[in-house]
Each structure stands twice: as C-alpha cells, then as structure tokens.
Design a protein around this ligand. Structure first.
Ligand SMILES: [Zn+2]
Length: 93
C-alpha cells in the first residue's frame, strides 16, 4: 500500500500525510514564523515601554513656569500702588 505526499504528491514509504522533505520545510517555516512573531511582539513591547517612560517624565522647559516668572511683578515695578492693583485686576481676568 503506497501513500502519496499531500503536498508534493511524491510516493512515500513512511506513514503520514506528507513526506519527510515537506515535513522539514513546514517545520522550518513554522519555526521561522514563530521566531518572527516573537521578535515583533518584543519590538512592540519595547516601543510601549519607551513611550511610557517619556510620558512619565515632566516636560522640560514648560511654558507655564517661564510665563509665571515673567508675569510675577512686584509693587515696586509700578509707579503707584493703584497701578499695581490695576495690574492684578488685569491678571485676574
Ligand atoms: Zn512532500
């Protein structure tokens, strides 16, 4: 009773659906695919990790701190207390 490989249709003596050569090639392909998938998932994880790390750090030179320093005016910057109060009112808006 002779069987034929279901992939390359060559007659084979061993039991099974496919011949040894096709088995080898399929195994190699599966291994390669698995390795590739593992590599890709690792890449994705690394990407996510790097992104998370960046987000966790506070932004350097944020405009808020710069503006705050410029806007903080003391009464002596104004000719009179009235002007200073006026400035405070403007700021409050
Ligand atoms: Zn075959």
């Amino acid at each position: 009773m002779s069987k034929y490989c279901s992939i390359c249709a060559k007659p084979m003596e061993r039991e099974g659906d496919i011949c040894e050569a096709c088995q080898e090639s399929i195994r190699a392909e599966a291994m390669g695919r698995q390795r590739k998938v593992a590599k890709e998932s690792k890449k994705e994880l690394e990407k996510l990790g790097i992104r998370r790390g960046k987000d966790a750090k506070p932004p350097k030179g944020s405009p808020i701190s710069k503006q705050g320093g410029e806007e903080e005016k003391k009464p002596h910057h104004f000719k009179s207390m009235a002007e200073y109060l006026e400035h405070l009112k403007e700021k409050g808006r």
